[in-house]
Every structure is written in structure tokens, then in C-alpha cells.
Design a protein around this ligand. Structure first.
Ligand code: MN
Length: 336
């Protein structure tokens, strides 16, 4: 897994959390991702929705794409489709993905880069593997995360951020053994590059075999760990967590100076996992508002969903550029 990588010994280290004075979060639930077909027919593993979505708040969806070795002609994406009321965050670890949207935003992301699209009041976009990847095939591995917007921000103007791999904040575990990539949010004094409306942390960690990783965690944030590859345990309870599984943390075992998350990579990792246990660590400030969702629209009420469909059909969510007339209709609004 290339993503962006570095020797942890050369990086700033996370603070050592005091064992007895940290509010270690307990593991509340473990969920296995379900397989779905998306867009033009690519497979994703989806840990949520599918569980009680209030546990994931402010997140709405997590799709794990790959890792897959595409044969020539096999890589697929999505046609043009609309969104309103939330943000899509696409992080590519291997291979590449191309994005274009009706605000003029877009670009090619690969190997550790992230595209962050705030749909806000409404946008249309297309997400495709680049022609070279389609023609030649190759390794592809990425995730797409949906982050909800609170009622007051569902109507913000759409926005696009391209976060290059080199912009990602790289940190080492307190013992220098593991690598933590901060894509958005912050760990201690270290900020990631993603600009978010809803306060969140979005991290990708490579935990060295046998190593323990402890992260300071905001008390008001929820916390989720999803396994991209390899195996390990989560929490002081050491609950096993393998590829394709999600752990949902609850409150802490004890009141401490501050909250913390602790995970540990198994001593022996599957060969396919490469150098370590690859995990996403997510959390944010729960929005705690009613969620009305249908396909690509996520609002607070059913009336707002109906309005979203009407606005889309009336052309009020941007115009697909003429030079890239889609070969498929954007009318199928059930797509992500
Ligand atoms: Mn989309």
C-alpha cells in the first residue's frame, strides 16, 4: 500500500498518554462491512449505513473500494450524478481516480491524495478511473466517506478541495514504531490539511506488527476504527478486528485527564497486508439532527428531499459541461 509513506523515526511523535490518567474509550460494537455494487458496477465494502447510523454521526457512509487488481477494461466509476446536503471525501491509496464537478472543480488523485467535495446546496459530479487504468488494469484501493452537514450549513455553496499526498500531516506513534497520516482534523497540536465544516478527525495509520498505537482523542468526538488490511485488536479490552470490520467506540472506562484510543497490531500479519495493520481512524462531533436521506441527497426532512429532486430535475444543481457530455444519463439518482 503506497499511500504516502515515511520512516516514522524521522517524524514528530505523538505524546505519550499516561496509562492511569487517560480515559480509554471502550469498544461498544463491532460491525462487518457488507458488499455492494456501486456506480457502473464496482464492488465496495460498506460498514455503514447498515448499522444504527447515530453511532456514526456525523458520518453517513463509508465505502471501501478494493484493494482490487483490475484486469484491462475492468475498472469502473460513476456517471454524472447530483448531491446535496453533505460532503464526500475520497481517499486513494493505490491507483488513481478522476473527478470532475459542475463548479469546475476536479482533478486526478492517486497514491495518498484526497478529494474533498462539499456538495452543500447542490452539485453534480462524475468519478472515473483514468483511461490508462481502464486500458491497462492495475491495483486500485481507496475509500469514500460521506460527512453530514448540520442544518445551518446544508445550503453552503459547493466547494472542492484537492489534498495532495505531500500535504498530509505525518506523525509517528509515541514509540516511533507506527505511522499516522492526518488527512483532516488534529492530533494534539498537529493539524491535517482538510478543511471541514463539521469538526472531524480522518486518519490513516500503518501500525507496525506487534506495535501499540495510542491516540489522544477529543472527549466530545465519537470514534470508529475500520480495518483496510491486516489484523489487530482495539481497545484496552483487546477486541479482535480484521480486514473489513469496523469498531465503534463508546464512552471511556474511566475519567482521565483526556480521552484516548488504543489499538494494537497482531504480531503476524497476512502477507497481502504488506508492512503492517492498515486502519482508518474516524471521529467527529455528532450533529444530532434528524436525517432524511434518499440516494444522493441527505437533508433533515422529507419535504427537503422532495425539493432536492425538484431542484435537480429543474437544473438547479449545476450544468454538466458540454465538452464532456456524459455517455450515460445522470437521471439515475440512486448512485453514490
Ligand atoms: Mn458521488
Amino acid at each position: 500500500m503506497p499511500a504516502v509513506t515515511a520512516d516514522p523515526l524521522t517524524l514528530p511523535r505523538l505524546p505519550r498518554l499516561p496509562e492511569a490518567d487517560t480515559g480509554w474509550r471502550r469498544v461498544a460494537k463491532v460491525v462487518t462491512a457488507q458488499r455492494h455494487l456501486e456506480g457502473e458496477g464496482f464492488e465496495v465494502r460498506r460498514p455503514f449505513p447498515g448499522m444504527d447510523l447515530s453511532l456514526a454521526d456525523p458520518f453517513l457512509l463509508l465505502d471501501h473500494m478494493g484493494a482490487v487488481e483490475y484486469a484491462p477494461g475492468e475498472a469502473k466509476g460513476t456517471p454524472w450524478h447530483p448531491h446535496r446536503g453533505f460532503e464526500t471525501v475520497t481517499y486513494i491509496m493505490d491507483g488513481a481516480f478522476q473527478h470532475q464537478d459542475t463548479t469546475g472543480g476536479g482533478g486526478l488523485i492517486s497514491d495518498g491524495a484526497t478529494q474533498w467535495m462539499t456538495a452543500g446546496a447542490g452539485i453534480q459530479h462524475i468519478e472515473q478511473p483514468p483511461p490508462e487504468l481502464v486500458a491497462k488494469g492495475g491495483l486500485f484501493h481507496g475509500v469514500q466517506l460521506w460527512v453530514n452537514l448540520p442544518r445551518a450549513q446544508k445550503w453552503v455553496p459547493p466547494r472542492y478541495q484537492d489534498i495532495e499526498a505531500r500535504d498530509v500531516t505525518l506523525l509517528a506513534a509515541d514509540d516511533g514504531s507506527s505511522l499516522v497520516r492526518v488527512i483532516a482534523g488534529s492530533l494534539g497540536e498537529h493539524q491535517g490539511p482538510g478543511v471541514t465544516y463539521t469538526p472531524i478527525n480522518f486518519l490513516h495509520a500503518t501500525v507496525a506488527p506487534g506495535a501499540r498505537l495510542a491516540l489522544p482523542w477529543p472527549r466530545e468526538f465519537n470514534a470508529l476504527v475500520y480495518v483496510l488490511s491486516g489484523r489487530g485488536t482495539v481497545g484496552v479490552e483487546e477486541i479482535a478486528l480484521d480486514e473489513g470490520r469496523l469498531a465503534v467506540f463508546g464512552g471511556s472506562h474511566q475519567v482521565g485527564e483526556q480521552d484516548g484510543l488504543v489499538v494494537r497490531a497482531a504480531d503476524r500479519q497476512p502477507v497481502a497486508a504488506g508492512s503492517g495493520w492498515e486502519i482508518l481512524v474516524l471521529g467527529g462531533l455528532p450533529i444530532r439532527e434528524p436525517v432524511a436521506r434518499y440516494g444522493p441527497f441527505v437533508m433533515n426532512t422529507r419535504e427537503e428531499l422532495i425539493q432536492a429532486f425538484e431542484d435537480f430535475q429543474a437544473g438547479r444543481m449545476g450544468t454538466v459541461p458540454a465538452e464532456r457530455v456524459p455517455h450515460r444519463s445522470a437521471a439515475d439518482t440512486s448512485l453514490t
